[in-house]
Design a binder for this molecule. Structure first.
Ligand code: FMN
Length: 176
């Protein structure tokens, strides 16, 4: 099978990670693939924040759990050692959510191609954009006037033999 197609078919939302951090070269490749995604009117005004500091990841994990009123055993970051947050200008960027979503999916496919696990998540934005997340948002350097939109967690898959989620294929109609 064509390698790009194989990567798309192999991608899955990883739910458990080892403690091992991804290397900087893989991290940079993943970010480059995010930046390579298309943006509406080629405005390119989305930002990428890479969080790898354990203390801050823990703070985000716990903050999300609190805003979601989730039980203590729920870890919204699933123990992943890297969190990439895409953010976009609050003003004058009507399609920015789509720009961010595309970037995250590109990065997820890049992670898969590099043999890493990843998962598209939005739950961190619930904390980051809340009153409780204000200081953290500044600490991690999300630009002033930007709001977090979509995120990717990345790391080594602790359960690599888990198969991708099955899909309902009955969702297409063809008009010829
Ligand atoms: C827009 C979007 C938001 C998502 N948000 C979360 C999230 O906050 N937390 C989470 O665990 N998974 C989240 N997911 C992952 C989906 O639950 C997952 O992709 C879906 O169950 C299909 O599984 P797969 O990725 O393994 O194919 C999100 C996915 C998308 C596309």
């Amino acid at each position: 099978m064509n390698q790009a197609i194989e990567t798309i078919m192999k991608r899955k939302g990883t739910l458990s990670y080892t403690n091992q951090q991804i290397n900087d070269s893989d991290r940079d490749t993943i970010i480059s693939c995010g930046i390579a995604g298309p943006t509406a009117r080629n405005l390119q005004n989305r930002h990428f924040t890479v969080v790898q500091k354990q203390e801050l990841l823990q703070q985000i994990n716990d903050g999300v759990r609190t805003v979601m009123s989730a039980p203590s055993e729920y870890n919204p970051l699933y123990g992943a050692p890297t969190l990439i947050i895409t953010s976009a200008p609050v003003e004058n960027a009507p399609f920015a959510d789509q720009d961010c979503a595309i970037a995250v999916e590109n990065m997820s496919l890049a992670a898969t191609a590099l043999g890493l696990g990843s998962r598209y998540i939005v739950s961190p934005t619930r904390f980051i954009e809340s009153e409780a997340g204000k200081i953290l948002k500044q600490t991690i350097g999300i630009p002033e006037g930007y709001r977090s939109v979509a995120c990717l967690i990345v790391g080594y898959d602790a359960d690599p033999i888990q198969a991708p989620t099955t899909r309902n294929m009955n969702v297409v109609n063809y008009v010829k």
